[in-house]
Design a protein around this ligand. Structure first.
Ligand SMILES: NC(=O)c1ccc[n+]([C@@H]2O[C@H](COP(=O)([O-])OP(=O)(O)OC[C@H]3O[C@@H](n4cnc5c(N)ncnc54)[C@H](OP(=O)(O)O)[C@@H]3O)[C@@H](O)[C@H]2O)c1
Length: 276
């Protein structure tokens, strides 16, 4: 497994995502992917499958200490006491004493950011969480989070695929010594019809999914990938045995377009950074 480092923390560069993976599939796939070599699992309170993910981890037989496990606190649990209670509930469902990474799932202005970051730090100090981070933060919120936190904010998990230009977030992360974690790599299936990606994939004897995941990890960004298929999980893990040329990387970056963002839920999404 290849790792990405940020702030002295090593995170497996490819993670298995469980959004929209119903309970029985989550248990089956988490158990399977861990047994077949994945070491990074991503879930969230709002996915409703933490208990199944926990059961999948248990069933896999892989030592807990060999797994990098992330969950995310849902925005309705950001008040201090609710936050702490929700983390205990997550740990109970996941059948573990700690998670490797705990994220704020989306910004929520209804609760001061200082209170949210304070709670993240508190559960980390209590040993319930190894590392802390954020998700769907713009660069202004990233800077505020780092300034408010006594512990490193190790990642910002954001939508990232060939159709969205995340340069501002990537630059800010570098300045702040944070990693970036990419979700929605397949752009809701749009990548599979893309002529540029199909041509690059054919040149390497790889699939479009592998090219997209490779493009992400080759930038030093952590890629999350979700599937309910064992074969696709195996395919998606085989991205560390080939390299895209600088021209191919640039050709994929050039697919970005101003309306490329897919995930921007009203009431949750911050004002996104504009690309200069
Ligand atoms: N922080 C956030 O707000 C946030 C938001 C969204 C997602 N995430 C995280 O990021 C993870 C990844 O994002 P995502 O779930 O949208 O999935 P994704 O990895 O972009 O995949 C999207 C779809 O592509 C299909 N697929 C995967 N591999 C394939 C392959 N090799 N060939 C053909 N099709 C393939 C899958 O369908 P099949 O299952 O049918 O194979 C899946 O439904 C999530 O599971 C979650 O953990 C976080």
């Amino acid at each position: 497994m290849t790792f990405t480092s940020a702030n002295g923390v090593s995170i497996p560069a490819l993670g298995f995502g469980t959004f929209r993976v119903p309970g029985p599939d989550a248990e089956r796939m988490v158990s399977h992917v861990l047994a077949s070599g994945y070491r990074h699992i991503d879930t969230a309170q709002i996915y409703g499958n933490e208990a199944d993910v926990g059961e999948g981890i248990r069933r896999s037989g892989v030592a807990r200490s060999d797994i990098f496990l992330t969950t995310k606190v849902w925005v309705e649990n950001y008040r201090h006491d609710a936050f702490l209670a929700s983390v205990d509930e997550s740990l109970g469902k996941l059948k573990t004493d700690y998670v490797d990474l705990l994220l704020l799932h989306w910004p929520n202005e209804a609760v001061p950011l200082a209170e949210q970051i304070g709670a993240l730090n508190e559960v980390a100090k209590a040993g319930k969480v190894r590392h802390i981070g954020v998700s769907n933060f713009n660069t202004d919120l990233m800077r505020q989070a780092v300034a408010l936190s006594s512990q490193p904010i190790v990642t910002n998990q954001v939508e990232y695929h060939p159709y969205i230009d995340q340069t501002p977030v990537l630059r800010a992360a570098k300045q702040l010594d944070m990693s970036v974690t990419a979700y929605y790599a397949m752009a809701d299936g749009k990548v599979f019809d893309d002529a540029v990606l199909t041509a690059i994939a054919a040149r390497h004897g790889k699939s479009v999914a592998q090219v997209v995941l490779r493009w992400i990890v080759q930038q030093g960004v952590i890629a999350l990938s979700k599937t309910v298929s064992e074969n696709r999980a195996k395919e998606n893990a085989a991205v560390f045995d080939f390299e895209l040329s600088p021209e191919e990387m640039a050709a994929i970056h050039a697919l970005a377009r101003p309306d490329g963002r897919i995930v921007s839920p009203e009431g949750l999404a911050p004002v996104w950074d504009r690309v200069a």
